[in-house]
Design a protein around this ligand. Structure first.
Ligand SMILES: Cc1cc2nc3c(=O)[nH]c(=O)nc-3n(C[C@H](O)[C@H](O)[C@H](O)COP(=O)(O)OP(=O)(O)OC[C@H]3O[C@@H](n4cnc5c(N)ncnc54)[C@H](O)[C@@H]3O)c2cc1C
Length: 217
């Protein structure tokens, strides 16, 4: 399956031309975003929890403390909705009404399971570590048995998803193009500053390339 089925759940209704359902659009957005926001409802009360994620195939991996409300919710097989947003620019239109943002966002739906089989759990933790910085897993100390026991890992099957993408200049009302007001896009990008070495590093410890030249895309 290369695209998600359009359904009442995932069909983009507002500005439908911005909606995408193919994995070729959706998965790179998930992979580029550093964090996601997971929404759940318990006893009628909604919660939105920001957290680190990684994608393994058609599953979204999350991890955290055993006592995490979110992870326990997922362990019970309850549904979640996950929002992921990449901000690409400020769209400054001539009118306030048409001012907007350029973005690539994903909303996905699914239910999860706990990943407890040791090799699979370690692979999921590696995926999370590599999502942060590619190459880090190789360099960092691996989790101990005690650390693994204290960590819950879940995999959410991505059952349904959509992307919404806005790009390009403002779309003003025709009558407004004559107004003497600057309009355009202020591009935004997530860029790393030069790394700050831990003061407790021994002198001469080399900065790995993935930290020295960290890029997200
Ligand atoms: C950075 C950013 C800023 C935005 N600012 C505004 C704003 O100020 N005002 C505003 O009205 N809207 C804004 N949007 C768009 C907003 O996310 C919704 O798409 C829009 O408000 C329609 O909401 P709705 O509840 O009618 O969605 P519907 O179209 O009814 O949603 C139906 C289904 O479409 C999919 N969907 C909807 N929105 C998105 C999305 N953004 N990404 C992926 N799938 C989606 C979901 O699967 C959802 O279940 C913004 C989006 C982003 C990413």
């Amino acid at each position: 399956m290369t695209s998600f089925t359009r359904s009442a759940l995932n069909r983009v209704r507002r500005l439908q031309e911005r909606g995408h359902y193919d994995k070729a659009t959706i998965y790179p957005i998930i992979d580029e975003a550093l964090i996601c926001h997971v929404a759940l409802v318990q006893d009628g009360q909604p919660f939105v929890i920001p957290t680190i994620h990684a994608r393994m195939g058609d599953e979204l991996i999350l991890h955290g403390a055993n006592a995490s409300r979110l992870l326990q919710h997922i362990e019970r097989g309850e549904p979640v909705c996950v929002g992921i947003t990449l901000l690409d620019g400020l769209v400054l239109a001539r009118s306030v009404f048409h001012s907007s943002m350029n973005y690539r966002s994903v909303v996905l739906f699914g239910r999860g399971r706990v990943v407890s089989e040791p090799a699979a759990k370690l692979a999921a933790l590696e995926a999370l570590s590599e999502h942060l910085a590619q190459g880090r897993w190789q360099d960092a100390r691996k989790p101990t048995a005690r650390e693994l026991k204290a960590t819950k890992v879940v995999a959410i099957a991505i059952d349904s998803a959509s992307a919404k993408v806005r790009s390009g200049p403002p779309g003003d009302d025709e009558a407004d193009y004559d107004l003497p007001i600057w309009a355009g896009v202020v591009p935004l990008d997530l860029r790393a500053e030069p790394p700050e070495p831990d003061p407790r590093l021994p002198d001469g410890t080399a900065v790995p390339a993935y930290a020295a030249h960290y890029v997200r895309r």
